[in-house]
Design a protein around this ligand. Structure first.
Ligand code: DQA
Length: 145
């Protein structure tokens, strides 16, 4: 099982970005957490972060043949990007949408998610733990559970 974890814009700023919402831990801390978790389960994980929509499209397309599942936090592109939705559909790889915060309890403009309709699940409001839950979910999904 190989899982690609994709983080979108501003998630490289974790730790300093609105800590009251996203916490004080950094992207490196997040990566270490997922890496440890996946290693215990024998799951291979790789990571990608970009602030650029087209680069994220390229990363999703690039998962074809190299990953069996995608965990994606598209950041603000969640709420705007049909291109990311189309990329997940085109890749045809099971994907889980993750948000650190509970976007349902936030601004109106965060209530739309384009990518959601191409994802097998959405996990939000669980902080960094949402990512490890997404990894587990994809592993179970891969096992046909
Ligand atoms: C986010 C929520 C988005 O609305 C926001 O634009 C982000 C992070 C989250 O993880 O809670 O960048 O995806």
């Amino acid at each position: 099982m190989r899982i690609l974890v994709i983080n979108g814009p501003n998630l490289n700023m974790l730790g300093r970005r609105e800590p009251e919402i996203y916490g004080r831990e950094t992207l490196d801390d997040l990566i270490a957490l997922i890496r440890d978790h996946a290693a215990k389960k024998g799951i291979e994980v790789s990571f990608y972060q970009s602030n650029h929509e087209g680069d994220l499209v390229d990363a999703i397309q690039g998962a074809l043949g190299t990953a069996d599942g995608i965990v994606i936090n598209p950041g603000a592109y969640t709420h705007t990007s049909i291109a990311l939705l189309d990329a997940v559909k085109a890749a045809g790889i099971p994907a889980v949408e993750v948000h650190i915060s509970d976007v349902t309890k936030r601004e109106k403009f965060r209530q739309t998610s384009y990518i959601r309709q191409a994802c097998v699940a959405t996990i939000m409001g669980k902080g960094f733990a949402g990512y490890t839950e997404a990894v587990d979910l994809l592993a179970a999904y891969g096992d046909g559970k």
